[in-house]
Write a protein that binds this ligand. Structure first.
Ligand SMILES: O=C(O)[C@H](O)[C@@H](O)[C@H](O)[C@H](O)COP(=O)(O)O
Length: 253
């Protein structure tokens, strides 16, 4: 790992612009080095944050972006629970990512076939990689320490071969989902968690500072050769005792 950076902002108002800067700087670097920018998105509060910050950037050009989903809920795209549906309304409709560059699940399939179909789409998009190497993955963390749809104590945490797995017993509804596996997450060139709000404080402390008992899924995100950022706000960071960086909205990562 290139080193973990824990960066604390007064609130999500200051965090948002820095997240957008991280996205565009890694996009620029990726396009200069290999002609495209591969980005993995997660749901939760990231949707509205990215939907607010990215379209507001002057001269944002997403024509060379390829976007996938770190996890997705198996519901139709017009269901309010669909992560793709939320991004379509709040981000994809406002920026110029080509439709062919948005890798979605086929929500009409049964969950196992849906995972196989999404695996095939990722393999096609990353033909040279054993596990797809995304330029940037944006992750959230639930108050139970889950990330993607990798939940505490679930057998999927031990998956070592599959790129994408199905889950039909998600403790957080909806129960049927597909998720990238740890081998994919930890192959990324850069991973950034965004975690805000006081409800995250106890779990964030255990994820970043260690705990007795099995590590939370979010703590198992340790990119083998990539960067790892934890972008958090003051309420989420309120229980931390480790050293952190404190930045404001103009910072560059
Ligand atoms: O699929 C889901 O049920 C959500 O997307 C979930 O995994 C979310 O990403 C985390 O709970 C973090 O949520 P916040 O970003 O709102 O903190």
């Amino acid at each position: 790992m290139a080193g973990r950076r824990v960066v604390v902002f007064p609130s999500s108002a200051e965090l948002g612009p820095v997240l957008a800067q991280l996205v565009t700087s890694r996009a620029e670097k990726a396009i200069a080095s290999h002609g495209r920018f591969t980005l993995g998105l997660s749901g939760g509060s990231l949707v509205s944050m990215l939907g607010k910050e990215l379209p507001a950037l002057p001269d944002l050009d997403c024509s060379k972006w390829v976007v996938g989903f770190c996890d997705e809920r198996l519901v139709p795209f017009d269901d309010p629970e669909s992560t793709y549906g939320l991004y379509k309304g709040q981000l994809f409709s406002k920026v110029n990512i080509p439709d062919s560059g948005i890798l979605t699940i086929d929500s009409s399939l049964p969950v196992n076939e849906c995972a196989e179909d999404y695996t095939r789409k990722l393999k096609e998009a990353f033909p040279d990689d054993k596990f797809p190497v995304f330029d940037l993955l944006l992750l959230g963390m639930g108050p139970d320490g889950h990330t993607c749809s990798l939940f505490p104590d679930h057998p999927l945490l031990e998956e070592t071969k599959k790129i994408v797995a199905s889950i039909s017993d998600s403790p957080k509804p909806p129960p049927q989902r597909v998720t990238m596996t740890f081998p994919v997450v930890n192959s990324a060139r850069c991973v950034a968690f965004v975690s805000t709000g006081g409800s995250k404080a106890p779990v964030l402390k255990e994820v970043l500072e260690g705990r007795e008992g099995p590590a939370y899924p979010a703590a198992r995100v340790v990119p083998t050769n990539g960067e790892l950022f934890w972008l958090v706000d003051d309420p989420a960071a309120s229980s931390l005792t480790i050293q952190v960086e404190r930045l404001g909205s103009g910072a560059k990562l």
